[in-house]
Design a protein around this ligand. Structure first.
Ligand SMILES: [Zn+2]
Length: 244
């Protein structure tokens, strides 16, 4: 199937990009190190006192393990556990870009722009409600406290791409979306083969048949591109393009 090489494609696709945002920790790292350090030391001491007697020369004469050692061991384990929990229980990393918004939680859960149903402001956070690639409902939360730039970029991009579903007052305390924020990532072209045309329902069987809305990335069959996309973008430039 991949044998057919027709030479370089003339319409060079625009490069797709997205930004990746790590959450800002809400706890001071020093607290995490201190807790973790004390916990680890206590665990070491407790374990030594508890199990050290097992290595004595004659088991009969070995002293009873100190009951106290158990508590030290348990307390140390709890402290270390707390340090690990505090240090890693931050919000997930988020991505924003041409491919929509992405929640990094047990893999990547991507909400393409066309599948975003609502973007709202609630409890000092931007919430994105929509469906992922598999059609599962997802709510993605970008808190201003931990994900200020992700929140800012979600709103900025959504206002340009899918303004009808953005329900965020103009006067909320969002930072300015900075150009140097986040880590820039290049994206592969969207997967279109097997998708249904958003206008006709026709399955895209052959990649060159697909036309993609530049704003929300809805996929259309080239013979069924409407005047305008439900996101509001004009699709006139994609209509009736004959591939010579
Ligand atoms: Zn669109």
């Amino acid at each position: 199937m991949a044998k057919k090489t027709k030479g370089a494609r003339k319409d060079k696709p625009r490069e797709r990009r997205e930004r990746r945002f790590e959450p800002r920790p809400t706890t001071s790292p020093l607290v995490v190190y201190l807790l973790g350090g004390i916990g680890a030391i206590a665990m070491g001491a407790g374990a030594w006192a508890q199990f050290g007697s097992m290595f004595a020369d004659s088991p009969e004469s070995a002293p009873e393990p100190l009951a106290f050692a158990r508590y030290v061991l348990v307390a140390g384990t709890l402290l270390l556990g707390a340090a690990i929990w505090i240090g890693t229980s931050g919000d997930p990393a988020l991505r924003v870009g041409d491919g929509g918004v992405v929640l990094e939680k047990g893999g990547l859960r991507r909400l393409p722009w066309y599948a975003v149903e609502r973007i709202e402001w609630r409890e000092e956070a931007i919430r994105v409600i929509g469906k992922d690639d598999l059609g599962t409902s997802v709510t993605l939360v970008a808190r201003v406290a931990t994900q200020p730039q992700a929140a800012a970029w979600i709103v900025k991009e959504a206002r340009e791409r899918i303004p009808a579903v953005v329900d965020v007052p103009e006067d909320v305390t969002l930072p300015i979306a900075r150009n140097d924020a986040g880590q820039g990532l290049a994206l592969e072209p969207p997967q279109v083969v097997g998708k249904h045309c958003a206008a006709s329902g026709k399955v895209i069987a052959y990649e060159p048949d697909a036309r993609i809305c530049p704003r929300c990335e809805r996929v259309y069959h080239k013979a069924h591109v409407p005047e305008s996309c439900p996101c509001g973008a004009s699709l006139a430039s994609l209509q009736g393009a004959k591939t010579a």
